[in-house]
Design a protein around this ligand. Structure first.
Ligand SMILES: [Fe+2]
Ligand SMILES: [Fe+2]
Length: 324
């Protein structure tokens, strides 16, 4: 059994690598790390340990006061077991949406790998990543099952539209890896924030998050290095298209990953004025969406994908901030 990491690893450093061979060395290092440091949900998580059992009334599921919903007077006036159930519902929904995104991602990675030529260094790494995402899907679904709650993922129409994602690599592999970052970066942003908030977390939630953060650091690093290697070599017209598409994909993805769960709103009869105050007319909620794509936004700027024209799209999608 490999214990979950005891601390949150720093993000994979993605120092600019000069030239093709340095890029290939990064892929090799990531592949080796996938062999040396990986976790398997049914070997490394003690699901049936009494400490790890999920009780929806456990006060550790309660949302903290600093949370947008957790600090709202409506939430604070609910009985403790309802506050805990709402908190658990939200964690489980994030895992369900996460596993659906990762399902699309795996299919896209396999579509990408299908066409790779013999000897391609990306092939092995992409298979490592697909396998890790397979483990994440099992880990997230097992958690959802153990809540006993009727958790739903993405809303139906959105889920239908999302089925095009695995085919993006056939049009543009660069756009596909922007989509990958569009899902992975917001999840990573939220999970790191949760672990840093110094509250007592349920050990199962904490173990899952630590394992996920550690493995996602490699996936995010690969996507960023891939874009750094490929985008500068793209023909100008394709790079322009990518510049237009990137903020649209990122804006939509961040909203999908951070949206309030509609089934939860219905189940707990959260009044519409509360929903609107917490999620729609709330500057903190808007900033959260903007900040969750911060690292990808900076990467796009560095790669020359942001200009006066495309910046308007970033602004319209609500995900623009001046570079630090
Ligand atoms: Fe994952
Ligand atoms: Fe990932």
């Amino acid at each position: 059994m490999t214990p979950a990491p005891s601390s949150t690893d720093a993000r994979e450093g993605d120092h600019r690598v000069a030239g093709r061979s340095a890029y290939e060395a990064v892929i090799e290092r990531l592949s080796k790390a996938s062999v040396d440091k990986h976790w398997e949900p049914y070997r490394d998580i003690p699901w049936d340990d009494p400490e790890f059992l999920v009780d929806p009334a456990d006060p550790r599921w309660e949302l903290p006061e600093v949370d947008k919903l957790g600090g709202h007077p409506w939430y604070r006036s609910r009985p403790p077991e309802v506050r805990a159930a709402i908190g658990l519902w939200r964690v489980a929904t994030a895992m369900k949406v996460g596993l659906q995104f990762e399902n699309l991602l795996k299919r896209g990675l396999l579509n990408y790998a299908y066409r790779l030529p013999n000897g391609s260094p990306e092939f092995r790494y992409v298979y490592h990543e697909t396998i890790e995402e397979g483990h994440h899907g099992m880990m997230f679904q097992e958690f959802v099952n153990r809540t006993g709650m009727p958790i739903r993922g993405m809303p139906g129409p959105l889920s239908a539209v999302a089925q095009v994602a695995p085919w993006i690599p056939l049009i543009s592999t660069e756009l596909f890896f922007v989509f990958v970052l569009g899902g992975e970066d917001p999840i990573d942003h939220v999970q790191r924030k949760v672990l840093k908030d110094e509250r007592a977390h349920h050990p199962l939630e904490e173990t899952i998050m630590r394992i996920h953060i550690a493995e996602e650091a490699r996936h995010i690093s690969f996507a960023r290095h891939y874009l750094r290697d490929r985008v500068p070599r793209m023909p100008v017209h394709r790079r322009l298209m990518l510049g237009f598409a990137a903020p649209i994909i990122l804006g939509v993805m961040a909203r999908i990953m951070l949206a309030p769960p509609l089934a939860m709103i219905k189940h707990f009869r959260i009044p519409s004025n509360v929903v609107s105050e917490v999620y729609l007319r709330n500057t903190a909620a808007k900033n959260e969406i903007r900040d969750s794509v911060g690292r990808t936004r900076e990467l796009c700027a560095e790669l020359g994908l942001v200009n006066a024209l495309t910046r308007r799209i970033w602004r319209a999608m609500g995900i623009w901030a001046e570079p630090r």
